[in-house]
Structures are given as structure tokens and as C-alpha cells.
Design a protein around this ligand. Structure first.
Ligand code: NDP
Length: 286
């Protein structure tokens, strides 16, 4: 039986440390880490995510600045708001909740955020810094996966690491972080041939594709570490990952559940980035 890598437990531990660090920062400098979250439109899932980010800010003692903009907001109006927030010293992190309505150009919106306030680490400057291993903030989901692996004591150096999915927000940075820790990394995608064989050679398998129960037991090596980033809603409304948990779990040494695995880590990493950004913008180095 595999050991569970619980995002709930690890996330609570990380938050406890972040809370202490925040209290110390406020006490010594009077600086409250500030996170601005911009939501355009009424996407129900996005509303839930934004609410959870606000609650996390409250829990840790951050200042949360919420901007709920109408569905009809123009590109220029959104860019104007970002320009104002870029200059606001109380705001250390700016997050634009995705997806944006179709009439808005996601790329130019994300590029307008000042790199030092880009707590999602989506700006090309921050993406580039990750490539060269000299970064201030890491994209939240891959960073959360690394925290889970570290908390479980999983050795990465020299291991065969297979990442399934090559998106800019999960797959690619995930592969880069594993490489930086000296994993031997393979990135798979929809055109990969013999996917089952490639996955079955993995000591550490990270899956981020968005297809329920896609990774079956025959694709997993005995004793592998399996991280399931996928979040899929089934017809019965239940959440499930990209991994067939029930059948893969007996073969794995460590595995993340869905829900309760990678998911809870993502917002916690956003908070970690915001605290770090607040410190860096005030000349405080860890
Ligand atoms: P994208 O849709 O952007 O990317 C999916 C990737 O999976 C693509 O690279 C695609 O390949 C690959 N893929 C699709 N089908 C297959 C297949 N049959 N075989 C191999 N590869 C395939 O998704 P994201 O990276 O944004 O998200 C992936 C999943 O992770 C989703 O379920 C999402 O909800 C979840 N997620 C969870 C988060 C969390 O906090 N836990 C945060 C972010 C995402 P190709 O490039 O060739 O099309």
C-alpha cells in the first residue's frame, strides 16, 4: 500500500510557518503582505478560487485587495488597473484570475504585471529565471508538488522523472524544477509514442493532463512515486484526478489523492510567493 502525500497536512504546516513569518514581518517593519486579485466576469469556478485566495490572506494576516470587474471590462480598463496596482506600494502581488473572457488578450494582460509583483510566475521574465535556476518566485502548482515530494522525503537526484503534460503553467515548469534537482526528466504530451511504456519506466510520475483516470495501473512501475495534478469533475459531480487512484495506489510507494493532494498546495504557494515578494520589494532578503 502506498503512503499518501496529503496536501491538506503539508499545506497546513507550510501555512503555519508562513503565518509566523508574516507576524514577524509585521512586528518588525509594519509591512503587511498585500495581494491584489482581479476577477473579470462571473465564472463560478473562478469565483470559488478567488474567495479561497481571500480566505487564505485573512488566515495569514495579509491584506487582500479584491477587484471584481464586469464581464464587459475592456482590455484598456484592465491594463489601466494593472498599471495602478504596479505602482501601489501596499500591493506586493497581483493575480489575474484565469480564464479571462474571450474578448480580452490573456497574454498581454499577464505581461503587463510588473515581474516583481507576478506572484503566479507567469511573466516571461520569471519564466526565464526558472529556466536558468535563479528565481524569486515559482509557479504555484509545480512548487506545491516539490513541497509534497520534499515533505515525503522523496529523493529526486538521479531518478527517472516523467511529467505527463507540457502546459506553461504546470508541465513545463514542473519538468524544469525536477531537472534542477538532478532528476532525469522526460516530458510527455498528446503526441508521445508508447506513453504507457515511458510512464512505466518512471520512478517519479507527475501527471497533469486533465483526463479522468487516464493513468492506469499498467502504466505505473511497482514502487513509483505518483503525483496527480489533474482536477476533473465527473458526471456525478465528484472530483477525480488524472490517475486511476484505486488501481494505481497498491503499486505506488507514495501517491497524492484527489481531492486533498496537489490542490491545497497551490494557494499556499501563492501565499508564500506573496510574502516573498513583499520582503523583496522592501529590500528584505531571507
Ligand atoms: P492543459 O490543458 O493546458 O495541458 C494539458 C496537457 O496534457 C497538454 O500538454 C496535452 O498535450 C497533454 N495531454 C492531453 N491529452 C493527453 C494524452 N492523451 N496523452 C498525453 N498527454 C496528453 O492543462 P493544465 O496543465 O493547465 O492542467 C492539467 C490538469 O491539471 C487539469 O486537470 C487541471 O484542472 C489541473 N490543474 C490542477 C491544479 C491544481 O492546483 N491541482 C492547477 C492547474 C491545473 P499537448 O500539449 O500535446 O496538447
Amino acid at each position: 500500500m502506498a503512503q499518501l502525500m496529503s496536501g491538506k497536512i503539508v499545506s497546513a504546516q507550510v501555512r503555519e510557518n508562513l503565518k509566523k513569518e508574516t507576524e514577524a514581518l509585521i512586528e518588525s517593519t509594519g509591512i503587511y503582505p498585500g495581494l491584489a486579485v482581479i476577477l473579470v466576469g462571473h465564472d463560478p469556478a473562478s469565483q470559488v478560487y478567488v474567495r479561497n485566495k481571500q480566505l487564505a490572506c485573512e488566515e495569514l494576516g495579509f491584506h487582500a485587495f479584491e477587484y471584481k470587474l464586469s464581464e464587459n471590462t475592456t482590455q484598456e480598463q484592465l491594463l489601466d488597473l494593472i498599471r495602478v496596482l504596479n505602482k501601489d506600494a501596499k500591493v506586493h502581488g497581483i493575480l489575474v484570475q484565469l480564464p479571462l473572457p474571450d474578448h480580452l488578450d490573456e497574454q498581454s494582460v499577464l505581461y503587463a504585471i510588473a515581474p516583481e509583483k507576478d506572484v503566479d510566475a507567469f511573466h516571461p521574465m520569471n519564466v526565464g529565471k526558472i529556466m536558468i535556476g535563479s528565481y524569486d518566485v515559482l509557479p504555484c502548482t509545480p512548487a506545491g508538488v516539490m513541497e509534497l515530494l520534499d515533505a515525503a522525503g522523496v529523493e529526486i537526484a538521479g531518478k527517472n522523472c516523467v511529467v505527463v503534460g507540457r502546459s506553461n503553467i504546470v508541465g513545463k515548469p514542473m519538468a524544469m524544477l525536477l531537472l534542477q534537482r538532478s532528476g532525469t526528466v522526460t516530458i510527455c504530451h498528446s503526441r508521445t509514442k508508447n506513453l504507457a511504456e515511458v510512464c512505466a519506466a518512471a520512478d517519479i510520475l507527475v501527471v497533469a493532463i486533465g483526463k479522468p483516470k487516464f493513468i492506469t495501473a499498467d502504466m505505473v512501475k511497482e514502487g513509483a512515486v505518483v503525483v496527480d495534478v489533474g482536477i476533473n469533475r465527473l458526471e456525478n459531480k465528484k472530483l477525480c484526478g488524472d490517475v486511476d487512484f484505486e488501481n494505481v495506489e497498491p503499486k505506488a510507494s507514495y501517491i497524492t489523492p484527489v481531492p486533498g493532494g496537489v490542490g491545497p498546495m497551490t494557494i499556499t504557494m501563492l501565499m508564500k510567493n506573496t510574502l516573498r515578494a513583499a520582503k523583496l520589494q522592501n529590500g528584505i532578503k531571507d
